[in-house]
Design a protein around this ligand. Sequence first.
Ligand SMILES: [Zn+2]
Ligand SMILES: [Zn+2]
Length: 288
Amino acid sequence: MVKKLTEVILLGGHVSTSGGIYRSPERANVFSFRTYQIFTKSQMQWKAKDLENEDVEKFKSTNGQHGMGKIMVHASYLLNMCTSKPDLREKVLDAFSIEISRTDRLCIDYLTFHPGSASGISEKEGISNLIDNMNQVIRPDQKCTILMEISAGQGNTIGHTFEELAEIMDGIEEKSKVAICMDTCHTWAAGYDIRTPEGYAETMDTFKSVLGLEKLKGFHLNDSKKGRGSRVDRHEQIGMGTLGLEGISNFVNDIRFRDVPMILETPKGEEGYGQDIENISKIIRIDE
Ligand SMILES: [Zn+2]
Ligand SMILES: [Zn+2]
């Protein structure tokens, strides 16, 4: 019997929570995903209503029903952990702390966030603020792992090289609570050659020596509208961008990452995942 794509790789997609957070596992299940990503609150707002007990229980049982695991929360885009502004910093720390609490309450494994932007300050200062802020919010007893997402290097964003991510990791006290999410679009836009098999192998070797492959806990699987090294963060449907199926193929066929969630964040969202899955099916090598 031919195996389904989602039985070979841990593919998922970002899905909506509209109508209730417990609706998201159903939405992921439509595509036979065994993992997915959500925002637990509006990504453009600071405040969030508290989660209702009943919704949390329904969410957990629906996940169990559909065999969902290694789920990801994406933190709000407003959280700039590199900020130097005291009043903003307080707001950011507060909001980040709430993101951790909500992720834990929902029994979700990963909380992914963008390292942030050093606007109006030096890169060095931004990194130092980020480290301080991370050490403020991470709790030794938290259950979820926080994933720092590699950036495309757009503007003053922090974290577009493995070295910079390693520098941040070095400063974190509770290292076991932090790992990396590699967004394929960002990595490509940041300049890493992940399209050719040779370039991909070299990139992963670098990651291995700088950060360690065990720190690679998640992928955002996206094609890119802009070219390699453009430092522009514009996602594209799988196979329709400059990374192409050739580049995506390196990731989905790397047996080292069979159990690492690969989350689609392509522009059409749930309307485009069918096509994305079809395209990945063309390149996946299934030899079991
Ligand atoms: Zn991403
Ligand atoms: Zn992006």
